[in-house]
Design a protein around this ligand. Structure first.
Ligand code: ADP
Length: 386
């Protein structure tokens, strides 16, 4: 009786152990599968992120302004980006075929000396200036060449050099004249009342001229960094004030001056700089118009703009000079400009103020008939409701 019971109990234990073991095996298999799936996902993620990285690198290299060329130790091209074509034409297949020659020499010297070599060269038509940097990569003689277009930087540099030379020359002339007058006075002219008066008047004129040049130069350098557009500037009022300020000058030159201002909306701008701009345009209109002539100044409102128009019946401007008159120190008639107290900087100031206010300036002129300068300034957006 006892034996069958023991056997049955043993059987139950054996079955239970087998069931538990089977369950463990399933669990183990499931956890192995999960680990494998996790490893697989991590691997996929890693290869996706390095593919992404390669893609990002390719986008960066393709959109770079600089041209990039990589040569291996044997001089064969192993990489190039799109910009190199823009700079050099077709990218050469080896460093031996690289042009301009200065760049070929730079690559050769960089590989030979394991040092970074820089070179500049003029190329193409129209002429462009390129700067290349050849940099050794690794130790097998590979060289990375980076080429950039420096034409614009060179142009700006030349403008700056010209400006400094012109400004120095403009300042030197009155200084030399002041020195000469002082010497004449010192050499005895001071004892001759007529001569003394002439030389002191010369001193005064030259000092005034120096003062005007320096003041215009200071205004220009301030305007180059922008205008502070903090005012609700009323151009009609500014124009009326500038005309009144120059009435005596117009009277002395025998020129009639009229002003017409519609009620125009205020613009957000700098009252001081808009006054400077208006003053220069009116001053020019008076100075380049013969006795008996007329200057008219109008301010009117257009749809999205306030327009200032200064018209004279003066000497006019030759068509070929019109594109250049806004350049610093450019004058059509140097003698006339000097005689009437010009610095050659007035229209450059006008252009800066206009641009600083988001506007445009245009000129129409006929030789011997007169000129019209028109400045168009966008109106300020209406102030937000309280
Ligand atoms: P400037 O001090 O010599 O007048 P601007 O920069 O004001 O210098 O003007 C540049 C040149 O443009 C002048 O030298 C002159 O030849 C020409 N110009 C400017 N305004 C007038 C005008 N209203 N009529 C004729 N010529 C003008």
């Amino acid at each position: 009786m006892l034996l069958p019971i023991v056997l049955a109990a043993g059987l139950i234990v054996v079955i239970a152990v087998a069931v538990v073991q089977a369950a463990r095996m399933r669990e183990l298999a499931a956890s192995h599968r999960a680990a494998a799936a996790q490893a697989e996902a991590a691997l996929a993620e890693q290869s996706r992120s390095s593919a992404d990285e390669r893609e990002v690198q390719a986008v960066i290299l393709a959109s770079m302004e600089e041209g990039v060329l990589l040569f291996d130790g044997g001089g064969a091209r192993v990489f190039t980006n799109a910009a190199i074509g823009r700079h050099l034409g077709e990218a050469p297949t080896s460093s031996e075929l690289l042009l301009p020659i200065a760049f070929r020499d730079a690559v050769r010297d960089a590989a030979a000396g394991a040092v970074t070599v820089r070179a500049e060269a003029e190329t193409g038509a129209p002429t462009r200036w390129l700067r290349a940097t050849a940099r050794p990569v690794g130790t097998d003689g590979s060289v990375l060449l980076v080429v950039r277009d420096i034409t614009e930087a060179r142009r700006l540099d030349a403008i700056r050099r010209d400006f400094v030379a012109n400004a120095s020359h403009e300042l030197k002339t009155p200084v030399a004249s002041i020195r000469a007058a002082a010497e004449m006075l010192g050499d005895g002219a001071i004892d001759d009342p007529d001569a003394a008066r002439r030389f002191t008047e010369q001193l005064e004129r030259d000092a005034d001229r120096l003062g005007r040049i320096v003041s215009d130069l200071l205004d220009l350098s301030r305007l180059e960094t922008g205008s502070e557009r903090l005012d609700r500037a009323a151009l009609d009022r500014i124009v009326e004030e500038e005309v009144a300020r120059r009435q005596a000058q117009a009277d002395a030159a025998g020129i009639s001056i009229s002003v017409q201002t519609d009620g125009v909306p205020a613009i957000s701008g700098s009252t001081r700089d808009l006054g400077l701009m208006t003053g220069n345009l009116i001053d020019n209109a008076i100075r380049y118009t013969a006795r008996g002539g007329a200057v008219s100044v109008e301010v009117l409102a257009e749809r999205d703009a306030v327009v200032l128009r200064v018209t004279d019946t003066g000497v006019g401007i030759p068509a070929r000079d019109i594109p250049r008159i806004f350049e610093r120190f450019y004058r059509v008639d140097r003698a006339r400009s000097r005689e009437t107290g010009g610095t050659g900087l007035g229209l450059s100031i006008v252009r800066h103020v206009t641009e600083n206010h988001g506007g445009t300036v245009t000129v129409t002129s006929e030789l011997g008939q007169g000129s019209t300068f028109e400045v168009r300034l966008p109106t300020a957006p209406a102030p937000a409701a309280p």
